[in-house]
Design a protein around this ligand. Structure first.
Ligand code: 7TS
Length: 415
């Protein structure tokens, strides 16, 4: 391991919290990550020292705010190796980034008979916008199936993509199974048939090194709040030529070049897609989050999480036949996300029991109901790790699970 996890943990004030009398073990990182003090301080600094609207002020505060906001964009561009800042559009979250593409690109490019290829493990955010678009346009959605081992049927992907396919929209990492998908291959398969490819990077950007030029994707969407940044900021990366051709998503201030009573012309990229006063403070703080991740190095983050995931898979596996782990069983194939069922205990009961031990996990359908159906369960319990989690915390999870099993055991067996 090439960074000091104990030192990293000291940067996260919340990690020294006590819940129900127990030290917090935060294992719901796939939902949102915790924030280091550098990010929190950046928010406070902005509001204390240079709060002003951007892109319009002639006075110093506004110039400072504009400069730091635009620096954050440059940092994000570098973080995912975007060829330029023009391709980086700040949105509210991944969901809005995907909807932006569905509206601004989709409505100009999808018509009756066209096909959009998705996978059966998509988050609702990468499914519902395409359902809306397909319904409106008379287009068809096709789905790559999830195999029993939690990976995608890539052979099937090749047979689904054809001359009618206009877009392939797929996650790079499942928020339920942790599965890392072969996105480079998926992008190539889409391009070979003249289709575009959107990658849902909500999970991957936080946990893997991402290079959009190497991936070759046309769009890449992700959220700041899952990668140490604040809530309320997302990113859409788009290939410049595509963004140039797309009409605006939202109309209003900042996105225009000039406006007359009946017409308007559009601002340059990326501002054409950032209507109204943006989330200045949170974008600035996101810049700090990106710095933090870059300092640790995303390869090191991945390495740490891979070791932790391997450790957790082994430790959970030792709970015996009562535990069912969904998705890939090898840490190589997945991010630090483990969905499971244990002892016939309802995931919500399990989540509540773990909470009393200080362990925060997620229980539910994880906004992936079609995947739940494929797995044949209404919900799963899910533990998800980040760069500050430790093997000791995995041990706490395992002993809390054993305790819950002892508590619920008889009730479940006699039910
Ligand atoms: N795509 C994936 C793969 C996700 O995991 C999520 C959020 C989203 C899109 C949407 O991101 P948002 O920032 O726009 O909400 N996933 C989760 C989760 O697993 N639990 O809570 C949110």
């Amino acid at each position: 391991m090439s960074y000091d996890v104990a030192a990293v943990r000291r940067d996260f004030p919340i990690l020294s919290r006590v819940v129900h009398g127990k030290p917090l073990v935060y294992l719901d990182n796939a939902a949102t990550s915790q924030k280091p003090r550098q990010v929190i301080d950046a928010l406070v600094k902005y509001y204390t020292e240079y709060n002003a609207n951007i892109h319009r002020g002639v006075y110093l505060l506004s110039q400072e705010a504009t400069e730091v906001y635009e620096q954050a964009r440059e940092k994000v561009a570098k973080f995912i190796n975007s060829p330029g800042f023009e391709s980086i559009i700040f949105t509210r979250n991944t969901t809005e980034a995907i909807n932006l593409v569905a509206y601004a690109w989709g409505r100009g490019n999808i018509s009756a008979g066209d096909e959009i290829v998705l996978s059966g493990m998509e988050h609702h955010s990468n499914m519902v916008p395409w359902q809306l678009l397909a319904k409106e346009r008379g287009a068809t959605l096709r789905f790559v199936e999830v195999l029993d081992d939690g990976t995608l049927n890539i052979e099937q992907l090749y047979s689904l993509i054809n001359g009618r396919t206009k877009l392939v929209a797929m996650t790079q990492m499942s928020n339920v199974l942790g599965t890392i998908t072969p996105v480079e291959e998926i992008v190539r398969a889409a391009h070979d048939q003249g289709a575009l490819c959107l990658i849902d990077g909500a999970q991957s950007a936080a946990h893997l090194p991402v290079d959009v030029q190497q991936l070759g994707c046309d769009f890449f969407a992700f959220s700041a709040h899952k990668m140490l940044g604040p809530t309320g900021v997302g990113v859409l990366y788009g290939r410049r030529e595509l963004l140039e051709e797309m009409p605006p998503f939202l109309g209003g201030g900042d996105m225009i070049m000039s406006v007359s009573l009946r017409e308007a012309t559009w601002n340059d990229l990326p501002y054409k897609f950032e209507a109204g006063t943006p989330n200045i403070a949170d974008v600035i703080a996101f810049g700090e989050a990106v710095d933090y991740l870059a300092r640790l190095g995303m390869k090191n983050v991945r390495q740490h999480e891979k070791e932790l995931t391997a450790y957790a898979l082994a430790a959970l596996g030792e709970l015996g036949p009562d535990i069912r782990i969904f998705g890939p069983r090898h840490a190589e194939q997945k991010g630090g996300v483990i969905s499971f069922e244990y002892g016939g205990i309802h995931p919500h009961d399990l989540g509540t029991a773990l909470d009393y031990e200080g362990v925060a996990i997620r229980a539910g359908h994880h906004c992936a109901q079609p995947l739940m159906e494929r797995l044949g369960v209404p919900a799963t319990a899910r533990a998800s790790f980040y760069l500050y989690n430790t093997k000791e915390e995995v041990d706490v999870l395992v002993s809390a699970l054993k305790k819950a099993r002892a508590y619920f055991g008889d009730a479940v067996r006699t039910a």
